[in-house]
Design a protein around this ligand. Structure first.
Ligand code: ATP
Ligand code: MG
Length: 140
């Protein structure tokens, strides 16, 4: 059993696709153990994507990520990290296979609808960025 962090980005939230995204994740075999709707400050967006600080798209990415509310989810299941990334598809929606979240809901390489942790260490760090232990499993 494994946990991963998913974010529904401001583009998909703004288009009222929260339920549709969660449906794909749940039908894909992942269980929600944490969920919250929030709006990132600039500093929070920059902190979350700090690994991309030197990339040319960093400024635009942070502007996009704090342009409206997002939904943060903690997903649980066997191989949840890999499974979530399969359900998301690749970064660029134009290259995403049919039925993946980014093919269904993404509109550009930046506005690609969802984020997913890319490994066990980032999953742990990213879950802790948004959730305390007492907010998971419906315990809060
Ligand atoms: P995420 O980390 O959001 O799950 P990812 O792991 O597929 O996506 P990363 O390489 O980590 O992709 O990039 C983080 C985010 O930065 C992407 O999801 C996308 O929103 C944005 N991004 C990545 N590459 C580009 C690019 N070339 N131009 C604009 N935005 C980009
Ligand atoms: Mg990434």
């Amino acid at each position: 059993m494994e946990r991963t962090l998913s974010l529904i980005k401001p583009d998909a939230v703004g288009r009222q696709q929260i339920g549709a995204v969660i449906n794909v994740l749940e039908q894909g075999g992942l269980r929600l153990v944490g969920a919250k709707l929030l709006r990132l400050s600039r500093a929070q967006a920059e902190g979350f994507y700090a690994v991309h600080r030197e990339r040319p798209f960093f400024g635009a990415l942070c502007t996009f990520m704090c342009s409206g509310p997002i939904v943060a989810l903690v997903l649980e299941g066997p191989n949840a990290i890999q499974r979530n990334r399969e359900l998301m598809g690749p970064t660029d929606p134009a290259k995403a296979p049919a039925g993946t979240l980014r093919q269904l809901f993404g509109t550009s390489i930046e506005r690609n609808a969802v984020h997913g942790s890319d490994g066990p260490d980032t999953a742990r760090t990213e879950i802790a960025y948004f959730f305390s232990a007492s907010e998971l499993n419906g315990l809060a």
